[in-house]
Design a protein around this ligand. Sequence first.
Ligand code: ZN
Length: 221
Amino acid sequence: MKSNNKAVVVFSGGQDSTTCLFWALNKFDHVEVVTFDYNQRHNEEIEVAKEIAGDMDVRHHVLDMSLLNQLAPNALTRDDIEVKDGEDGELPSTFVPGRNLLFLSFATILARQIGAKHIVTGVCETDFSGYPDCRDVFIKSLNVTLNLSMDDEFVLHTPLMWLDKAQTWQMADQLDAFDYVREKTLTCYNGVRGDGCGECPACHLRKNGLETYLAQKEVTK
Ligand code: ZN
């Protein structure tokens, strides 16, 4: 008998989670995606996610997580909090306490409901923005906890965990998704699709990775 080959991808419509969606479609027979609505500054994010899910013909779940904003106001949800990197070991203003703990827990509960064993997330320790819940040790610990909590055998997959942004572009390219990811996804904190506003920390990170990847590709041609 074939083992369970169904996956849920935690999906925001950004570069990372869209690359993860392509990765999952390549690896699993059946893929569904879940987007969390926590009053992101740009509802555009949910629209983009919907559109990409439609393009890929995968079922799209949108779960209301507005309580996260109620508990932990942050720069991603509030216009009056500036988006900035943390200084001297401080966490950046975009950090949302408990976000991945909650998102991955709810994604796993959803997975259980639809009979999926695999949960895919684009968290990454390499381009470390200082988010403690993007670390590999956290994901492994949560995986154990989730399995104990539901007496089950879920697997949390983190295909981007050890990649830098240039390598994430490379992965998209290897999955024949480079142009799609570049044009359709939304990573920018100011809600501008594709190459973005060019000013915010998310755009800087994405642009640096893209330029590095394109330069490397040029050299190895
Ligand atoms: Zn931007």
